[in-house]
Design a protein around this ligand. Structure first.
Ligand SMILES: Cc1cc2nc3c(=O)[nH]c(=O)nc-3n(C[C@H](O)[C@H](O)[C@H](O)COP(=O)(O)OP(=O)(O)OC[C@H]3O[C@@H](n4cnc5c(N)ncnc54)[C@H](O)[C@@H]3O)c2cc1C
Length: 430
């Protein structure tokens, strides 16, 4: 058995990056060609195979009792898609490449991806499968920018699904359950420069009263709130854009580089203090060349409709004594609504409330229950790649296209080869 960078070896076996999910996999393989991927899938039985990303999800979405198929040994695909006017209109990207690998190449073509999650270490395929998002009222999740996906499906055939094809809107945020996505075509924009500023000490009442403005203070904004009376605001401003200097709200500009969790060293964080740099070195919080953090954390996240954002924060503030012992910080971001059936931002502009917990699974479960009691009634949708406790019926009720996704499972994987315990629980086979 070979293990790849889809997992780390913990005391109890191969696990995710956070160490809170020990994988039950029978083995890991790294095929060298798409034909080999197809052969592995063809030979697999029920629950026998699953694409591996880089293992950064905290939920068991990536687990399998079968073979984990890493795409790291496939030929590296990162090519410009050239339009009618000889300009670069998209990028063709291998599903196993990480953002850290593809972004500098895309920038080299004078292009950019409009949105990135907080760390460049994750794979493109893994980011799409769980609807990973960054921040910005104009920025959807990473999957929303995909125009076409090429995947090896249950019978081992290679299918291409693009905009306009039936079911495309359900295909990219796949939870890994529709096939092994070997290649994507994704939209690009003109390359841009970003300046990152951190403001400290924004009073909580200002945050909730002016939430829409605060989250719109720049191209991409993250609010870090360790509970309590004040929050820090990370504003990523597109060079040359209008923005809101938060001085005057009670917040003050930080005088040194900061880490999202107060007190941790900022050495692995992207440069701040207004230092101008390329999009891919400012939109993520963490630098590609360093480990993003120690891995001593568990994460949860919920997306509510934008109009409910302030109410959700206030509801969390009311239970802060229950959360504080296990919480590192809360991150608040905005996500543009999209058309991806299983995206937590499906059909609605959203405010995302992210919780970084201490690595204490029992205490995290209790805290997650409290959060879900507080904001669940606001139809909060949990992030698929993070820890949540909602039962399948509750989650299904949040997604108008749930049954259509079930139809895609039947179409692309009738034998259930990509199924795992989480998929069986949320989408039980008929
Ligand atoms: C420090 C840290 C920061 C994070 N920040 C953010 C953030 O800013 N925003 C956010 O939304 N999330 C964030 N996340 C969560 C993370 O982005 C998601 O969990 C993402 O899915 C991880 O990608 P991965 O490559 O590690 O995928 P994995 O966790 O390895 O896999 C996730 C799922 O994708 C499937 N998959 C992977 N590759 C393919 C493929 N080629 N074809 C089909 N299915 C595939 C797997 O089978 C699995 O079901 C963060 C996580 C960490 C650890």
């Amino acid at each position: 058995m070979t293990t790849d960078r889809c997992c780390v070896m913990s005391g109890s076996g191969p696990s995710n990056w956070g160490g809170n999910v020990v994988f039950g996999m029978a083995g890991a393989v790294s095929p060298g060609s798409v034909e080999e991927v197809a052969r592995i899938v063809r030979d697999a039985g029920r629950g026998g195979v699953r694409a591996a990303g880089t293992g950064h999800s905290f939920s068991p979405v990536g687990d399998t009792e079968g073979l984990m198929v890493s795409l790291r040994e496939l030929p590296r695909v990162c090519e410009p898609v050239v339009g009618d006017r000889d300009d670069v209109v998209g990028a063709r990207i291998g599903g196993g490449l990480t953002y850290g690998e593809i972004c500098p190449a895309i920038d080299g073509w004078g292009r950019a991806l409009p949105v990135l999650g907080s760390l460049p270490h994750i794979s493109f395929g893994g980011g799409c499968a769980t609807a990973t998002h960054g921040s910005g009222w104009g920025n959807g999740c990473v999957a929303a920018g995909v125009d076409e996906v090429m995947m090896v499906v249950g019978d081992g055939s290679l299918v291409r699904v693009g905009h306009g094809d039936p079911g495309f809107d359900g295909t990219v945020v796949s939870l890994g359950a529709l096939g092994v996505a070997v290649e994507f075509i994704v939209q690009v924009v003109e390359s841009f420069q970003v300046e990152q500023f951190v403001f400290e000490g924004l009073p909580f009442p200002v945050l909730t009263e002016r939430l829409e403005e605060v989250l719109g203070a720049g191209y991409s904004v993250s609010v870090f709130w360790p509970l309590g009376p004040v929050a820090d605001v990370w504003v990523k401003r597109k060079a040359g854009d209008e923005w809101w200097d938060l001085s005057g709200t009670g917040a003050v500009p930080a005088r040194a580089h900061r880490h999202p969790v107060a007190g941790l060293p900022a050495v692995n964080c992207t440069p701040q203090l207004g230092l101008c740099g390329p999009w891919f070195e400012r939109l993520p919080h963490f630098r590609a060349e360093f480990a993003p953090a120690t891995g001593h954390e568990i994460q949860s996240e919920y997306l509510v409709a934008a109009a409910d954002g302030a109410r959700a924060l206030e509801a969390v503030a009311r239970i802060e004594t229950d959360l504080a012992p296990v919480l590192q910080t809360v991150e608040v971001r905005s996500v543009a609504g999209d058309r991806c059936w299983l995206s937590p931002a499906f059909g609605r502009d959203s405010v995302a409330l992210h919780f970084t917990w201490l690595p204490d699974p029992g205490a995290v479960d209790a805290a997650v229950n409290r959060v879900e009691e507080a904001i669940g009634p606001m139809r909060a949708r949990p992030h698929w790649g993070k820890v949540f406790g909602m039962d399948p019926a509750t989650v299904a009720d949040l997604y108008p296209r749930w049954d259509d996704f079930r139809g895609l499972l039947d179409e692309y994987d009738p034998e259930g080869k990509f199924r795992n315990a989480m998929i069986d629980r949320f989408f039980p086979a008929a």
